[in-house]
Write a protein that binds this ligand. Sequence first.
Ligand SMILES: Nc1nc2[nH]c(SCCc3ccc(S(N)(=O)=O)cc3)nc2c(=O)[nH]1
Length: 275
Amino acid sequence: FQFGRFNYPLQGAGRRPRVMGILNVTPDSFSDGGNYQALEFALGHAEAMIEEGVDIIDIGGESTRPGSPPVSLEDELQRVMPVVYALRDLGPAISVDTYKPQVMREAIIAGVDMINDINGFRVPGAIDAVRDSDCALCIMHMQSDPQHMQLAPSYADVVDEVIAFLRERIDALLEAGIDPRRLCIDPGFGFGKTVEHNYALLKATGRLIEETGMPLLAGLSRKSMIGAVTGKPVERRAAGSVGGALAAVAQGAIIVRVHDVADTVDALKVWQAAQ
Ligand SMILES: Nc1nc2[nH]c(SCCc3ccc(S(N)(=O)=O)cc3)nc2c(=O)[nH]1
């Protein structure tokens, strides 16, 4: 089953883990300092990632790091859509990181290959927005919302609860008639989790895949869970992030969402050579 420009199934054997490069087109991107807001900067960054071997470029117009305020629909469309149109014929698959149904609709019209929803398609209208297309869909777990999620993350059992959430969202999408082969899941590292919660989820990558029956995307690049164990600031977390990506891939993750594309591409080539 192929999705748009994804020339590989998210499911099944013969999998090579794919690298999703982060393209923030926000003024306050948590790790890129927002210097990609202008279209020319965005295109320069995208071209650099293409050179480095990126498989998917994830375009995000609203920063969802902890404490970040929401962005208006108009602002998000103005930031995201010009970049989508500029990148869609450059080669790599394109995903759009949004929870707004109208942004999903316009991205799909523009022919994106994936909608990446940190909110798990819970906003009313989100499922309708993506139903009548063949693009891939990433369902991510988040506790609460970006403005409040890190105030007091709490779970009886974080792995059980994340699995239950993802299964409920998968069921909602399937009940709407969406092809299961379009779906992938994501534990949502840093979205309403303590460092301990994040590592419990990373350790449970295989279980998440097993118990949802879906391919898994892992996005831990440069996040506080990396800083917590390395002691490194955001701009020096590439090696730790690659370590985390490999920990997820070794347990079956099929896509890793990263800032440091070249490093991750090289690490996955070496890992793959030993499979
Ligand atoms: N599918 C998917 N999409 C994503 N979009 C983002 S934006 C990152 C927001 C952020 C930054 C930093 C921290 S922290 N405090 O843990 O360092 C948390 C969240 N992330 C992900 C992710 O993982 N998957």
